[in-house]
Design a protein around this ligand. Sequence first.
Ligand SMILES: Nc1nc2c(ncn2[C@@H]2O[C@H](COP(=O)(O)OP(=O)(O)OP(=O)(O)O)[C@@H](O)[C@H]2O)c(=O)[nH]1
Ligand SMILES: [Mg+2]
Length: 399
Amino acid sequence: MEVRVYRAKEMKDILAQIKRDLGENAIILSTRKIGAGGLLGTPMLEVRATDDNSVLPTSHSSVSHSSEFYGPVGVLPIFVKGESESAQNASVERRAGRTERSLAGIGGNIRRRLEESNREAGRHEWSLPPHMTLEPREREIYEKFMEILSKKGVRETEARLMAAALAPDIPPNVPVTAKALKRFIIQALAARVNTTGPIMRSGRRKIIALVGPTGSGKTTTAAKIAAYESLVKGWKVALISADNFRVAASEQLSKYADLIGIPFAIANTRKEMSLAVRKLAGSDLIIIDTAGRNYMDDRAIERLGALLGSIGSVEVHLVLPAVTREAELEAVIDAQQYLRPSRLIVTKVDEALTHGVIFNVQQYSELPISVIGNGQRVPEDLLIPEPQDIAELIIERRI
Ligand SMILES: Nc1nc2c(ncn2[C@@H]2O[C@H](COP(=O)(O)OP(=O)(O)OP(=O)(O)O)[C@@H](O)[C@H]2O)c(=O)[nH]1
Ligand SMILES: [Mg+2]
């Protein structure tokens, strides 16, 4: 077996040279950095290669390919140098065995840690709300409820109240298992969640505005509602873009209006807004899409408030994404109080790992939920939820 040694600063230069000398199927036996070379003493690379592919490991040996070698000469396997094929194969197999053993070790560690943390979770004793006492079986049920609710991301204070109120009501024949108890917790959640039902319930003319933080899904949801109410429900719908922050934003909405086949207007000042609303007076439903603004920017929120204030009566829907941390969502809810929202829209539930956040923001804002956004498709990924839908989504991830 002829072994050649190449040195250069760049791997690509070495690979080009190897390709020229030894052809496309050359095998790299080893690579290493060597100290010398270059004006500034830049490290050089040294590569040993051969065109004798009998050194390749047998198919079951696991030899890793380095991404460094994907490129000009294609995939060149890295291989350890050795005197003979059998010695090389044995070496590869020894290394593969070591890797498997160490992976098994890591897997074992992860599994052990998971088991420990599950045992911890099982051992966790949830404190009861103040002044509450429970019989031993009730206490056991309470613990189970708390385990389920906390796994689903329901805020602990809310969960404790719900679980403590519910535990004494569970009939004695119900086993204390998560499976048997889930339907009770779904019922309890459904009884607490507040939703509005369809946006258009009567033929009364309505103007709604979607407000909320940047990128929360306002424009997408405005288009979804417009398509649903107009194409499925047959109402006369119009869209207004009040987003003068980005040129592309009104274009985005105008395209949706074209696709749905409904009127569209842009209104960035109080005057333009009054004009647009007057022009679209024949519509059953006017949907206003607003600019997403940083919730800490009070001035922008005030300006938006003034713009919406120029419309006689507008139903404001606050759009929140289910994938934001709750502390921020609460800050957004606080900041947007100025706009007097009366409805909540929760988007991106398809991207959330747990859905307790829907319940938490609903309880925190005390606003009923009008719409759930569960994907990017317009208009398919829209849900006008009943409380039961939200409870099932939280506990069973079913929608
Ligand atoms: N997965 C998922 N993505 C969504 C959902 N709703 C919106 N999006 C995506 O979120 C991104 C932002 O959506 P927009 O509707 O432009 O959000 P916006 O609130 O109008 O954004 P700004 O006007 O910039 O504040 C887009 O990529 C949407 O496709 C949803 O329910 N699920
Ligand atoms: Mg937008």
